[in-house]
Design a protein around this ligand. Sequence first.
Ligand SMILES: O=C(O)CCC(=O)C(=O)O
Ligand SMILES: [Fe+2]
Length: 237
Amino acid sequence: MDTLLSKLSTIDWLQAAETMHQKGFALIPGILDDSQCEALKKNYINDDGYRKTVVMERHQYGLGEYKYFDYPLPPVIQTLRETTYPHLAAIANQWMQALNSGVAFPATHEELLAQCQANGQRKATVLILKYGKGGFNALHQDLYGSVYFPIQVVLFLSEPNSDYTGGEFVLIEQVPRAQSKARVLLPNKGDMLVFTTNFRPAKGKNRYYRVNVKHGVSEVHEGERYTLGIIFHDALS
Ligand SMILES: O=C(O)CCC(=O)C(=O)O
Ligand SMILES: [Fe+2]
């Protein structure tokens, strides 16, 4: 845990914020070590510590499975969630200001959760996802109620091109009155990707405008791909 905290403390958040402003995502390499990735994956088959399993194809979400963690969250996840939040809140607040939205997010994650609770959103949204051959995640946004935080994080628990092939992380930008732009990413095991849940501001001639963003995962060709998704707001159910 101390090593995780010390890794998180070395993140250059100014640079991450700059990349977020430019592109709506920022890749921060080497956050989880191999044993932390393996421990999270190994625990997937157990029932303890999870509140719900979702078989993605049953809801047309894609092909694969995920499990929502229950409170109290495992210490590694709790640390990731509460330590990264204040930095992301600063970025989100700059976005809200640029877009004149009148929304401001609280400085601490505890306060965000209090806002969720006041709105009946009490269920943990942190999840671990597992995809096998043919698995994919359809393009989506992770909003779980009217209180939501616009930035989320994914930690990559498998090594691309060795644990699995295919399975790129996909981001699609929907620019107003234009056709969509796709970006594909293949982060390494242990990397942390920060990205917008629903939109980012882009600079127009006179003011900022909203670019909608969705994310998903392209088809896994071979092997198994696991990720840990950290969403900062909680869910109604
Ligand atoms: O498996 C992935 O890379 C995507 C996970 C995801 O959609 C999420 O964490 O919200
Ligand atoms: Fe997602």
